[in-house]
Design a protein around this ligand. Structure first.
Ligand code: ADP
Ligand code: MG
Length: 673
């Protein structure tokens, strides 16, 4: 079967599944096979019940089994079928529980034989939640990022079906190059990235796919850049712009902010297109620098596009920008009504709008800027690779500023953005106080919420409670979901509470957030939708439920939501996990408030995946595996890409044109826009 065959041509993938996979950006056989798992569960060997650990995925051999029971308790206000059965393996007893799966009653084997696997919860006895039965240990199982309409079991079945067709895949990499870098073959990598029988096979597969992604993506970006070098930038007149802008600010800029504004003014005045990355910890005040760049562009009659990673942030920036640009700023997001969108599009096209702020809707398709001079990207690492390439195409001769709170190591930033100048904002605005961070054990959880209730009532402060996203079926009963925490707190605490999460309509989310900003809501329970950039100075307590489920850099970002006003702020990290690594990770945060150090530790422990975010690229074959790469592989692949581009051997030329051909769709899109 051809690598570009549609998914529905694969036996076992019907229209329903194909629809769900399309939501993950997967359309062809090749897309699917290159959709790398986010992790694997090692279920090769049964674990004795007596040594099971809280929170782990484990497989247990069954030697005794008691009759199963079903009951119908009310859970979160709903009558829920709960099936229970107790098993033994000679070393201890294990209870298996299924929620909303009454049919399990019939699927439980009657005789003591076989195995069972699932996640272990030891908070009330030893329990395995939503377990699955099998005849032998399932081996190493892949775990994928999910979307609505498909579960882990479903994706695994699709992968098994797809892998059967991967054998005939030709390996595009020149053999000599492949050998020189000690890489395994494509076919081998595509099988073993999903279903390895040993961790070594998995490591080889990851290395190969990550190498491919880094190599190909570098080839793409470098060839885009060649076009850019040919184009001339705009030479803005920025004489005196810094002083004029600073006089409009409601605060004194820090010395660091001033210095960067002058750098931007100088870059803008030059004929070379500006390509500047501003790195600064959360709360260090990057936004105002971007506003300056747009202000200076507007003074010259040029338009600016300001891209935010979420609707919420687009909204927030929009409100702020009105202060500087009045009627000359418009908002454009995917969730706006068609009529509103068209109105914004008209204003942009007529040049009446000097600043357009929005999400990726700003760079997709129809938008046309007659005088685009400046492109600002906030928290760029959260954008997919496809967006990044589109943006690169739209803004070829424009000046561009990228803001990031994450210190991206040089190699990685070279691969993700190509060459750019970096400004670092190292000091915080002067009125900031340190955020006090504490670990709160489960036994103190309620006391903590009572304390927060008092603080809200007596001091008039506001608070966030963040819960991990629920995405795994086998995790449902384990993580604290935003919905259940909201139900609990809104009934127990006497404060105005609201819920906000990614499955809500963006308009509804914006409404709730606006109410929170205005003080109409005191406690907001959310998923990570509030993670980046949200700025409510009166909110000075941040609670993170199941903090062990977040990455360190992400927790640090979350913590940065508080400490934005002049009140003492707190971050409380809750965790039920008793695992060693969870405790250590939380300790890093309690003892450290330097985002750069935290990100470095994260990078060393977990590779770049967390820094880049887990978004899929939406185009075949790139960036999914990049998340799995280690730094050495990235460095190696980048330098190989650069030498391929200058090499004149037929193999090198053939490979480069093969790669660019595979991005043809994308490149055409860029050329059209
Ligand atoms: P981030 O770098 O995380 O994007 P922001 O740009 O959102 O940070 O700034 C955080 C807050 O600090 C905002 O409310 C902003 O108005 C304020 N701020 C920025 N610079 C200064 C300053 N020099 N003095 C006082 N407050 C400032
Ligand atoms: Mg910001």
């Amino acid at each position: 079967m051809d690598a570009n065959a549609a998914l529905t041509e694969i036996k076992g993938i019907g229209p329903k599944r194909a629809e769900a996979l399309a939501r993950l950006g997967l359309f062809t056989l090749n897309d699917l096979l290159r959709f790398a798992p986010r992790e694997h569960y090692d279920l090769r060997e049964a674990v004795p019940v007596s040594s099971l650990e809280h929170g782990e995925m484990a497989v247990v051999r069954i030697t005794e089994i008691e009759p199963a029971k079903i009951s119908y308790p009310i859970i979160n206000g709903r009558r829920t079928a709960v099936v229970n059965v107790t098993l033994g393996d000679g070393t201890g007893r294990l209870r298996c529980t299924w929620f909303n799966q009454a049919y399990m009653l019939r699927s439980i084997p009657e005789f003591a034989q076989g195995y069972v696997y699932g996640r272990i919860d030891k908070s009330r006895g030893t329990v395995m939640v939503n377990a699955l039965f099998c005849d032998c240990p399932p081996g190493i199982l892949p775990v994928y990022h999910l979307t609505r309409g498909i579960g882990q079991g479903g994706i695994r079945a699709c992968m098994r079906a797809a892998i059967k067709h991967s054998e005939g895949f030709a390996d595009p990499l020149p053999e000599e190059l492949r050998m020189r870098h000690g890489l395994c073959q494509t076919g081998y990598a595509l099988c073993n990235i999903h279903f390895p029988s040993h961790p070594k096979e998995l490591a080889a597969a990851k290395r190969r796919l990550a190498f491919d992604d880094a190599l190909n993506f570098t080839l793409l970006l470098e060839s885009l850049r060649k076009r850019q070098l040919g184009s001339k930038g705009i030479s803005f007149d920025t004489e005196g712009a810094v002083d004029r802008f600073v006089s409009l600010l409601p605060f004194e800029p820090t010395a660091g902010q001033l210095a960067i504004m002058h750098e931007i003014a100088r870059d803008m005045a030059s004929k070379q297109p500006m390509n500047r990355l501003i790195q600064g910890d959360v709360g260090s005040g990057k936004t105002v620098l971007a506003v300056f760049a747009m202000y200076a562009a507007a003074e010259n009659g040029y338009q600016s596009a300001f891209m935010a990673p979420t609707e919420l942030l687009a909204m927030q920036h929009y409100e702020q920008l009105k202060r500087y640009f009045g009627e000359k700023v418009v908002r454009l997001t995917g969730s706006m009504k068609k009529a509103e969108q068209n109105e914004a599009l008209d204003k942009i096209a007529s040049g009446e709008a000097l600043v357009a702020v929005g999400t990726h809707a700003l760079i997709e398709g129809k938008v046309s800027f007659p005088r685009l001079g400046m492109v600002i990207t906030d928290e760029q690492h959260r954008f997919g690779v496809r967006q990044r390439a589109l943006l690169g195409g739209k803004s070829q001769s424009c000046d561009s500023v990228i803001m990031s709170a994450t210190p991206i190591p040089r190699t990685l930033s070279l691969i993700m953005y190509g060459d750019l100048d970096v400004s670092r904002l190292t000091e915080m605005p002067a009125d900031r106080r340190r955020i006090i961070t504490r670990y709160v054990p489960p036994s103190k959880r309620l006391d903590m919420y009572r304390y927060i209730e008092r603080e809200i009532k007596e001091r008039g402060i506001q608070a966030y409670v963040v819960c991990p996203m629920i995405e795994d079926n086998d995790d449902v009963a384990f993580a604290c979901s935003a919905e259940s925490v909201y139900a609990e707190l809104s009934s127990k605490l006497g404060v105005r509470t609201a819920l906000i999460h990614g499955r809500m309509k963006a308009a509804e989310r914006d409404r709730v957030m606006a109410l929170f900003r205005a003080g109409g809501i005191e406690l907001i329970v959310s998923t990570t939708v509030i993670e980046v950039g949200v700025d409510v100075p009166n909110a000075c307590i941040m609670v993170v439920e199941s903090a062990d489920r977040f990455g360190l850099a992400q927790l640090h970002q979350l913590r940065g939501r508080v400490g934005r006003g002049d009140k003492q702020s707190y971050c409380f990290l809750l965790s039920e996990s008793s695992s060693q690594s969870a405790a250590e990770r939380i300790k890093v945060l309690v003892g450290n408030d330097d985002g750069f150090k935290i990100a470095e530790q994260d990078l060393m422990a977990r590779g770049p995946g967390e820094l880049l975010g887990h978004r899929q690229s939406g185009i075949s074959g790139i960036a999914s595996a990049l998340l799995l790469a280690d730094m050495d592989t990235l460095t190696e692949a980048r330098s190989e890409a650069l030498s391929l581009l200058t090499s004149s051997t037929p193999e090198a030329k053939k490979y480069v044109s093969h790669v660019l051909e595979s991005y043809r769709r994308l490149l055409e899109e860029i050329a059209i826009n």
